[in-house]
Design a protein around this ligand. Structure first.
Ligand SMILES: [Zn+2]
Ligand SMILES: [Zn+2]
Length: 264
C-alpha cells in the first residue's frame, strides 16, 4: 500500500494502482491477462467488495491486455477517447479483437468519479508518449498514476504510430508539475530500478529534462548535417546522466522523425 487504501501491483508490464475502498474496488491499468488474474485473486482475498471501475492510462498492451481478465467482473472500464481508438486499431491489425475488453466510458480533457470518500479525477494535456495518455489522480489519497508519461530513469518508448509528440510531452510534464503539489505521490508505468516505480515532482522534472536535452541534442545533430543512421548510433545524450537500460535509439529516432517531419 502507498497511502490510505491505495496500493500498487507490479509483475510484468506497466505498473498497476488500485483502490480498496469500503464502497468498492478501482483498478488503474491491467498489465497482461495472467498478471491481472493474479491481481484480481489477490484483491479478492483482501476485500469482499465489487470491482466498480477499471481505468486505462493509455492503450498499450502492457497496460490493457489484462483488461480481458476483468470481463464479467468489473462494472465499468474507462479511458481517454484516443486510447480506445488506438486499442481498437492495434487489435484489428493484430487480429486480437476477441482478446480485448474495451472501455465503455471514454473522456476527453477530464473526467471525474466519486467512490466513498475518494474522488478520482483524470487529466489530459495532449499528445506525449501516445496521443491518449491520461493522468489518474486519487484526490483524497493524493496519488497520481502517470502511466507511461514517466519512464523513470529508463529510456522511454515514444509511439509515433499512435500520435506521440516529444515536444508536447515536455509541455505535458510542465503542466503536471504545476497541477499537483509537493505531497503528491506519483506512480510511474516503468522504471529501471523497481524501487523507483513511485516518486515525486523531482522525478517529473528529471523526465522532462531528459526529453528536452534529447530534443535539443538531435536538433543540433541534424543542423550539423548528421544522417539519421549516424544519430541513431549515439550511445549517450549530453546532460542526461541517470537514464539507462536498452532503447536509447527509440527516443533518438522519434525525435529525429518529429523534427524532420518524416512520416513513419
Ligand atoms: Zn508501458
Ligand atoms: Zn506505453
Amino acid at each position: 500500500m502507498l497511502r490510505n487504501d491505495i496500493g500498487i501491483f507490479t509483475e510484468k508490464g506497466g505498473t498497476i494502482a488500485y483502490l480498496l475502498s469500503k464502497k468498492g474496488i478501482v483498478v488503474v491499468d491491467a498489465e497482461f491477462p495472467e498478471q491481472s488474474k493474479h491481481l484480481i485473486d489477490e484483491l479478492k482475498k483482501q476485500s469482499s467488495k465489487s470491482f466498480d471501475l477499471l481505468i486505462n492510462t493509455h492503450h498499450h498492451g502492457d497496460h490493457t491486455a489484462g483488461n480481458i481478465s476483468f470481463k464479467g467482473i468489473v462494472q465499468d472500464v474507462a479511458a481517454h477517447t484516443n486510447s480506445l481508438v488506438n486499442q481498437k486499431n492495434v487489435a484489428v491489425n493484430q487480429k486480437s479483437e476477441d482478446k480485448q475488453l474495451y472501455p465503455n466510458i471514454t473522456y476527453n480533457d477530464s473526467w471525474s468519479y466519486k467512490i466513498g470518500e475518494e474522488h478520482i479525477q483524470t487529466y489530459y494535456f495532449g499528445p506525449a508518449h501516445t496521443n491518449g495518455d491520461s493522468i489518474i489522480h486519487f484526490q483524497h489519497g493524493n496519488i497520481a498514476h502517470m502511466g507511461d508519461l514517466v519512464f523513470n530513469r529508463r529510456w522511454a518508448f515514444i509511439d509515433r504510430s499512435a500520435g506521440a509528440s516529444v515536444k508536447n510531452w515536455i509541455t505535458v510534464l510542465d503542466k503536471t508539475i504545476s497541477t499537483f503539489d509537493n505531497e503528491t505521490i506519483f506512480v510511474f508505468g516503468h522504471a529501471f530500478d523497481p524501487e523507483k516505480i513511485t516518486g515525486n515532482k523531482d522525478d517529473l522534472k528529471a523526465m522532462r529534462d531528459y526529453l528536452s536535452n534529447m530534443l535539443t541534442f538531435v536538433e543540433k545533430q541534424i543542423k550539423s548535417g548528421k544522417s539519421k543512421d549516424e544519430i541513431l548510433k549515439e550511445k549517450s545524450i549530453p546532460g542526461v546522466t541517470e537514464w539507462q537500460g536498452d532503447g536509447i535509439e527509440r527516443g533518438l529516432q522519434a525525435s529525429f522523425e518529429e523534427l524532420s517531419n518524416t512520416i513513419v
